[in-house]
Design a protein around this ligand. Structure first.
Ligand SMILES: O=C(CO)COP(=O)(O)O
Length: 252
C-alpha cells in the first residue's frame, strides 16, 4: 500500500446481476457507511443494464459506479456499443478498459484499449486500464516485459494521472483461486510504477495501481499490504456484500 494514495477497492460484476442484485449494493452501502468510509474508496462496476439504477441507488452512499467497457467514439453507427459519454450520462464515474476477457473474447488490442481509455478521459470518466500476463508468458519469464509493453501501448500519452487507475490482473489468476506471491506482486507493481513515471512524469506516482485476480477476504490483507498496491479489482468475491466488505476491511 502506498501511504500517500487513497486506496480503491473496485468490484467487477462481469456478466452477473439483474436488478435484484441492487440489494447487495444496498448491503455494501450500509457496511461502507458503518466504518469504512474515509479509509477506502469503494466502486462497483455492474453490467451496463444496471448502470443507471445502480448509480441512482448508490447516490448518497458514496460508493462509486463504473462500467466494464466503452466504445472509443462519442457517438455514431456502432450497433450495440456504448460510449463513455453515455456511461457518464447514467451517473457512472469510471469505466474499466482492456480487461483480459475483452482482450481475449473480443480481440481487443492495446491500440483499441488506448482509444477506449482516451474516450473515457474525454467524457470525464476515470479510466481503469487493465494489464496482465498469461500463464505461458509468466512461465517463459516474460511477465514484466509483457506488462511493460501493454502499459506503454494501452495508457494514453499525456493522460492526467488523476483520472487514471491501472489494474494488474495476471490472466492465470482470474477466477482460478491462484494468486502470485506477494513478492511477485511487489516486483510487478514496482515495475509498473517505474514505467508509468517514465512515460507520464512524476505525477504518475499518484496513479493507483490495483491488483486483481482471485482476491478474497482470506488473502486481501496480504495482497493489499504489498508495496505499490493501492487497492484491488475484485471479480467473484464482489458479488456478495459480505465478501466485498470483508476485502475492503483490509483497510479498516
Ligand atoms: O477479473 C477480475 C476482476 O476484473 C478478477 O476476477 P476474480 O476475482 O473472480 O478472480
Amino acid at each position: 500500500m502506498s501511504m500517500a494514495l487513497r486506496p480503491l477497492v473496485a468490484g467487477n460484476w462481469k456478466m452477473n446481476g439483474t436488478k435484484l442484485a441492487l440489494k447487495e449494493l444496498a448491503g455494501m452501502a450500509e457496511g461502507y457507511d458503518a466504518g469504512l468510509r474515509g479509509k477506502v474508496e469503494l466502486m462497483i462496476c455492474p453490467p451496463a443494464t444496471m448502470l443507471y439504477l445502480a448509480a441512482a441507488a448508490a447516490l448518497g452512499s458514496r460508493i462509486a459506479i463504473g462500467a466494464q467497457d466503452c466504445h472509443a467514439a462519442a457517438s455514431g453507427a456502432y450497433t450495440g456499443d456504448l460510449s463513455a459519454e453515455m456511461i457518464a450520462d447514467c451517473g457512472a464515474t469510471a469505466v474499466i478498459v482492456g480487461h483480459s476477457e475483452r482482450r481475449q473474447y473480443h480481440r481487443e488490442t492495446d491500440a483499441d484499449v488506448c482509444a477506449k481509455a482516451e474516450g473515457a478521459l474525454r467524457a470525464g470518466l476515470t479510466a481503469i486500464v487493465c494489464v496482465g500476463e498469461t500463464r505461458a508468458e509468466r512461465e517463459a519469464g516474460k511477465a514484466l516485459a509483457v506488462v511493460g509493453r501493454q502499459l506503454a501501448r494501452s495508457v494514453p500519452e499525456g493522460a492526467n494521472p488523476d483520472n487514471l487507475v491501472v489494474a494488474y490482473e495476471p490472466v492465470w489468476a482470474i477466477g482460478t483461486g491462484l494468486t502470485p506471491t506477494a513478492a511477485d506482486v511487489a516486483e510487478m507493481h514496482a515495475h509498473m510504477r517505474r514505467k508509468l513515471v517514465s512515460r507520464l512524469g512524476k505525477q504518475a506516482a499518484g496513479i493507483r495501481l490495483l491488483y486483481g485476480g482471485s482476491v478474497k477476504p482470506s488473502n486481501a490483507a496480504e495482497l493489499m499490504g504489498t508495496a505499490n498496491v493501492d487497492g484491488a479489482l475484485v471479480g467473484g468475491a464482489s458479488l456478495k456484500a459480505a465478501d466485498f466488505l470483508a476485502i475492503a476491511a483490509a483497510y479498516r
